[in-house]
Design a protein around this ligand. Sequence first.
Ligand code: FAD
Length: 414
Amino acid sequence: MEVACCIAGCGPAGAVLGLLLARAGVDVLVLEKHADFLRDFRGDTLHPSTLQLFDELGLGDRLLELPHQEAEVLSVTTDDGDFTLADFRRLPGRHRYLAFMPQWDFLDFVVAEARRLPGFELRMRAEALGVLEEDGRVAGLAYRDQDGAAHQVRARLTVAADGRDSSLRRSAGLRPRMFGAPMDVLWFRLPRHPADGRQTFGRLAAGHLLVLIERGGYWQVAYLIAKGAMDELRQAGLDRLRASIAGLVPFLGDRVQALRTWDDVRVLRVQVDRLRRWFRPGLLCIGDAAHAMSPVGGVGINLAVHDAVAAANLLARPLRDGSLSTWHLARVQLRRTLPTVVVQWGQRTIQDRFLSPLLEGRLGTGPPGVLELLRRYPVLQGVPARLVGLGILPEHVRSPTADDYLRPSARAGV
Ligand SMILES: Cc1cc2nc3c(=O)[nH]c(=O)nc-3n(C[C@H](O)[C@H](O)[C@H](O)COP(=O)(O)OP(=O)(O)OC[C@H]3O[C@@H](n4cnc5c(N)ncnc54)[C@H](O)[C@@H]3O)c2cc1C
């Protein structure tokens, strides 16, 4: 099989790139190894800059018709009271909030839009196995279908959007630089009662950080543990975890039994890494395959989507007219390096200066000084909102639509 572009992985990066290239009239085949998108506890936060991109595509209103929750402020509760960390109402633009939307709904939506376009094809239960090489360049990939049969796809451009354990980038000999992280995250659900009445918030106490994301009928809870501490926690027993949750957030005490076994608790192995080179001739890595992000700030999806938009902006025309060169791929990395480096630097600073001492119980008593500062000068609450919500160098949709290639007379129907 031969296509202009073959994308491995239909997460946020692969799905959005597939949509944008098909919209520009490029033939694109997306391969996804799972049968559906129904995986719990993935990145679910859509930031204002990402919502803005969907507005630019004319899809923003329809996207927001899907069930979601909106958080206008992010706050944290300490033993000394409540503090506001970020106030998104201080942002410019139409979307002054974070939207929490299940990732499967988001991906179903993007794929449904892409499927309306003639050049888009998605194959589920198709696992990319590795790149095909020809004269020193990547000329496509090999994949296994749902029946276990192996196939080859030849493509002008192969994109690794297969996440942070990308097998495609490994097969192409690209190795990320690992930065390490001091923590892992436990994710679980607890029932939410109408009287709980709190928006998404964090609970900070000596040795602990817990984040409660309001998901309509339930709380999605992130519970930070020191890296590698899971075995110890398991040995201590589930009751110890339940008691810790109830101690931190007393109103959850009456429902911690909803955690019946350890199967109700997922562990996110936090990983921060980045490729030195995101490309080889014929191959580009984007999203987590190019840079795994820490969960700090919940920016993973948004960076992945913005990578996809930058790639489509820079590659759609050369892919369509057959002039794609390695220089075009290098420009995608050039464009996206600054936002990635800055965000990872910020995340690592927060991990090393704050989360690591917190989890080791080395943090002094009383709220961190920065929280006091944000409380005293509320205008500063717009700064974290801007960094998280809009990010650095947010992308805008500039890739063409297929109609842009038609002669003006054809566009006018003459
Ligand atoms: C538990 C958890 C919580 C998170 N919380 C947040 C959050 O709150 N906010 C946020 O913004 N980010 C969060 N993230 C990170 C966020 O999910 C990722 O940064 C984002 O999904 C990256 O998008 P991606 O498309 O690059 O990769 P992924 O979302 O990882 O998508 C990769 C896709 O490729 C598929 N795939 C993998 N290998 C192959 C293969 N060989 N062949 C074909 N398909 C393949 C996978 O099935 C997957 O669908 C979280 C991540 C996890 C794991």
